[in-house]
Design a protein around this ligand. Structure first.
Ligand code: AVI
Length: 332
């Protein structure tokens, strides 16, 4: 019997503390001020997001899961078997793992900002799939997506260098980028696919435009979990910057901006206040909002056009009965 694989791990360049502080200070100095949504995801923020996906109001996760469950056999006809499955923002790796039986990948690359988050998940997954080579790749692909030479070496050693690549980007995480940023990321994903063997492509989940009455509660739930998720960003900024945000003095604001086709999340101070950190401060007048996230909602035709602009070819499209969410396979 062959020896079971052990997952490999590579951590690429991580922004240092000075760069992170500089990014936060620059965002706070803007008018209106903004903090990038990646700062929502410290350890507690990631748990709060997991809780959001369980909420009755938050339809995207379960709608996408139902699309994958229903159409996996059809997807398996489009996505080449024996590909390298490259999972962007893998987290617990659960979504990709559910697709292993249908897609039968030859190797699995789980990409997340930190390999520390991936370690336990990949170790457990490797136990369940002992013969599947697995790599945990730590990088902030929201800044730039490229696998890099260490991952290329690992693919070569695993005999996977010339296999087709299926980049997997579920959850409508692409919606947290503006169309310009999304296009840049999709172009980079296209390069990653094109560097593998023929037949590769991108399997991506995208949330769609729908009535405000459905969208807004999904981002402002009755239990206040999304409010806690949003306000927790202030605690993360306090830790990273040494700032003194008082989360109880900020309220969660979320609404659908129909003109821009996006949910906007903001934090609004309930009273005028000055926030201080070593070497700086920012005065907020009452009601002066801190913008923390956009979540773009796409019409399928517009998203298909974006895929084409990014260099992808033929596109397959699956949706749910209500037309709330879309999954696309776009050939490289
Ligand atoms: C991760 N991302 C796709 C979520 C979304 O729906 O935009 C983040 C989120 N923000 C508030 N609720 C969920």
């Amino acid at each position: 019997p062959s020896t079971p694989c052990l997952p490999s791990f590579v951590q690429l360049h991580r922004p240092d503390d000075t760069a992170v502080r500089a990014e936060l200070v620059a965002g706070l100095a803007l008018s209106p001020p903004r903090i990038a949504p990646k700062f929502l995801y410290d350890a507690l923020g990631s748990r709060l997001f997991d809780a959001i996906t369980e909420l009755a109001e938050y339809y995207p996760t379960r709608t996408e899961a139902a699309i994958f469950a229903q159409h996996a056999p059809d997807m398996a006809l489009a996505v080449p078997a024996g590909a390298v499955l490259i999972d962007l923002g893998a987290g617990s790796c659960a979504k990709a793992a559910r697709l292993f039986p249908a897609l039968r990948p030859a190797a699995y690359v789980a990409v997340d900002i930190s390999v520390d988050y991936l370690r336990a998940a990949l170790d457990a997954l490797q136990q369940r799939h002992p013969a599947l080579p697995m790599l945990g790749l730590g990088m902030d692909f929201s800044a730039r997506l490229a696998l890099g030479p260490q991952a290329a070496d690992w693919l070569a050693t695993s005999g996977a260098a010339r296999l087709p690549r299926a980049v997997f980007y579920p959850g409508s995480s692409i919606g947290n980028f503006s169309s310009t940023e999304a296009l840049a990321l999709l172009r980079q994903a296209h390069v990653v696919c094109a560097e593998g063997g023929a037949g590769g492509g991108l399997l991506i989940g995208v949330d769609r435009v729908k009535p405000r009455a459905v969208l807004e509660p999904a981002y402002d739930d009755a239990l206040g979990v999304t409010a806690a998720f949003n306000r927790n960003l202030l605690l993360n900024v306090n830790r990273l910057l040494g700032a003194d945000f008082a989360p109880q003095a900020w309220q969660h604001v979320a609404f659908f901006n129909a003109e821009a086709s996006r949910i906007e999340m903001h934090l609004e101070p309930t009273r005028a206040q000055t926030v201080r950190w070593p070497g700086g401060e920012r005065h907020f007048s009452a009601g002066e909002r801190l913008h923390t996230e956009n979540s773009y909602k796409w019409e399928p035709a517009d998203f298909e056009a974006l895929l084409g602009e990014a260099g992808f070819g033929a596109v397959r499209h699956w949706s749910d009965q209500r037309g709330w969410f879309s999954v696309f396979w776009a050939e490289a």
